[in-house]
Design a protein around this ligand. Structure first.
Ligand code: ZN
Length: 310
């Protein structure tokens, strides 16, 4: 079981052995933040220049083939240690943090990011203080050629308490966010998974829940962000954001209209990571709503879209 104490010990040990890691977490402490109220939710903006490489990562197959994979063990910093929590995975401290506690959980094998790994459930069971998040290959993953997911403390993601309040733990099954009594700007499916056959059935369809390519309309397993966590009553929670675009139009716009944002699960859950100061200063609630509508599904799309298992 992972506790706050064991997390702290691991961080302390890695900070001692790896000064560069300590420096990047110290830099995070001084990162500027802004909070905006959207439908009663505190949507956050974080100005984080250390994330620029990740935001701008070229994830087409020829670019991937040309660079050494930074998640493969042979290419990792020699100081980087792994926790042994779940078989088949290395549990690493993320050297480019968004959060003061930020893990990357990396498959031991160099295999592509094809579908949501159900080992996220085992991870949530082993670490109930953490929320685990997954970015599909075309939805914010900067290394879609090497299967991985990430984790942070549950209270870092503004959306989680709202989901727990709007979809109560006694309502097993799937609920559309458009049926929540809150007009949230991001659209998603919320799952409450009971430890029973119905819950197991729900988990078995989870890897088949994803969005589609906006150009072709074809369902695409790379078009998804997922968050998995245990709530205070030890009920398994999953939020799935079906996606339709990798990046919003403003990412590709001329400089005067440009906003360098490439949303992943964290942004979809209400915390925007902006590597450029001008975007951090400029992005407003209208812009955020627009990014959610472009990259995720709109309310109408969520109501009408039915992937095969639903
Ligand atoms: Zn690799």
């Amino acid at each position: 079981m992972i506790t706050l104490e064991s997390i702290n010990d691991f961080y302390e040990a890695q900070f001692r052995e790896w000064p560069g890691l300590k420096a990047s977490y110290d830099a995070l402490m001084t990162a500027e933040r802004r909070i905006m109220d959207m439908a009663g939710m505190n949507v956050g903006l974080q100005y984080n220049p250390q994330r620029r490489q990740s935001t701008e990562a070229a994830v087409d197959s020829s670019s991937l083939a040309k660079r050494p994979c930074f998640l493969c063990k042979t290419n990792r910093p020699k100081e980087q240690q792994s926790l042994k929590i779940i078989d088949g995975w290395d549990w690493l401290i993320n050297p480019y943090p968004i959060f003061p506690v930020h893990f990357t959980i990396v498959s031991k094998a160099h295999e592509p990011q094809e579908e949501i790994p159900l080992d996220m459930v085992a991870a949530a069971d082993a670490a109930p203080c953490l929320a685990f998040f997954y970015n599909g290959a075309r939805s914010g993953a900067s290394a879609p050629d090497h299967l991985h997911f990430q984790a942070t403390l549950k209270d870092e993601l503004p959306l989680l308490p709202i989901v727990e309040r709007c979809h109560t733990a006694d309502k097993s099954g799937i609920m559309l966010s458009t049926d929540f009594p809150a007009d949230l700007p991001m659209k998603f499916w919320s799952l409450v998974v009971m430890p029973d056959p119905t819950g197991m059935q729900l988990l078995s369809i989870l890897p088949k829940l994803y969005g589609f390519d906006a150009t072709t309309g074809a369902p695409d397993p790379g078009m998804v962000n997922v968050i998995v966590w245990m709530d205070a009553s030890r009920r398994l929670r999953v939020v799935v954001f079906p996606r339709k675009h990798h990046r919003p139009a403003c990412y590709y716009a001329e400089e005067k209209d440009r906003c360098l944002v490439s949303p992943g699960a964290v942004d979809m859950a209400g915390l925007f990571i902006l590597p450029r100061k001008e975007d951090f200063d400029r992005l407003d609630t209208e812009g955020i709503k627009d990014i959610y509508d472009q990259c995720g599904l709109t309310a109408d799309e969520l109501r009408n879209y039915r992937p095969a298992p639903l």
